[in-house]
Design a protein around this ligand. Sequence first.
Ligand SMILES: Nc1ncnc2c1ncn2[C@@H]1O[C@H](COP(=O)(O)OP(=O)(O)OP(=O)(O)O)[C@@H](O)[C@H]1O
Ligand SMILES: [Mg+2]
Length: 357
Amino acid sequence: SPSGIVLVDREGRIVLVNSHVEKLFGYRRHELVGKLVEILVPERFVSQHPKHRGEFLAAPTARAMGAGRELFGRRKDGTEFPIEIGLNPIETPEGMLVLAAVVDISARKLAEAEALRHREELGHLSRVAVMGELAASIAHELNQPLSGITSNASAGQRFIDRGDVDLRELHELLGDIMADGRRAGDVIRGIQSMVKKGVTARQRVDLNHVIINVAHMVNPNALLQSCKVETLLEPNLPPIEADPIQLQQVLLNLLINAFDAMHDTPVPDRKVLIATERNGDGTIRTSVRDYGAGIPEEARERLFEQFFTTKAKGLGMGLAIVHSIVESHGGTIVAENADGGGARFHFTLPAKPEPLA
Ligand SMILES: Nc1ncnc2c1ncn2[C@@H]1O[C@H](COP(=O)(O)OP(=O)(O)OP(=O)(O)O)[C@@H](O)[C@H]1O
Ligand SMILES: [Mg+2]
């Protein structure tokens, strides 16, 4: 696009303008010549402008003005428009002049804003497009708390039927039922905020804390499948910025898969080990290791695909959910077969640096 040319003397007075400047700024040529160049600068920048001029004259080399700042021109009617300015020193017998080439970048700015809106729109669309998958993942994620509720409730009934009601025990069962109910609600809320435009609730989270919590939640499943859960947590982990409910979902899915994989493992060996560890590069690595059948070769490549399952009753959603949650937190996840049998999943999440005190 054509440039407006403004020639300015050492004192900041306009010496000459081309016709494009008249178009851009809405002045006639004679209204500008002899005036301070600040007439073209938005009022809020006027007081700073002579200083910038001085700096240019002190080190006059051809360069873009503003160095990364957004620049605006002021029209005669007071309206503003975004511009880019190239500055060139010109030696003349009357001393140095500064030639400023002004380009109106409104159209480009508009296109950028449009592109941004378009990307947001696309992001929203792709979220809506996964609605079908979401339905599957809702079903999947609600299954666990619902079966927790059912099994705790039936355990409670058994206590009562047995005749020796231990009120403390009953109280604990009811507490677990409430926690599962709340968690089911959280999962639904998390999905709602995923579908609406916007991000889910990130906060500073202690990963070890989430793990201890989840280890407790899966107790009924562990009991049912005669598995033990052990933890090896590195103390004093830095916090991570995450949605705690989604982290629970990651761990729950990995644990439940681990229990399933140990179906044919002798009972005394059925164990899942969850470990956390700091990596040198400011990330935290969490691993979930079981002593089950291991990952079959033909499944290796497809584990994280939606609807990939080798189980008769599987949906094949668990690891797909895990994968998308880990990635949305800026992390990575891999699976491998561990020495000594069984599978190990480990995921790495960026730690949030402690704020400077
Ligand atoms: N710990 C593990 N050990 C061995 N194989 C595993 C393990 N975890 C997952 N897999 C394999 O990956 C497949 C996909 O797991 P994923 O959790 O996505 O689905 P699923 O468990 O089959 O079904 P669901 O949707 O109910 O979770 C499993 O069917 C299984 O073959
Ligand atoms: Mg699963």
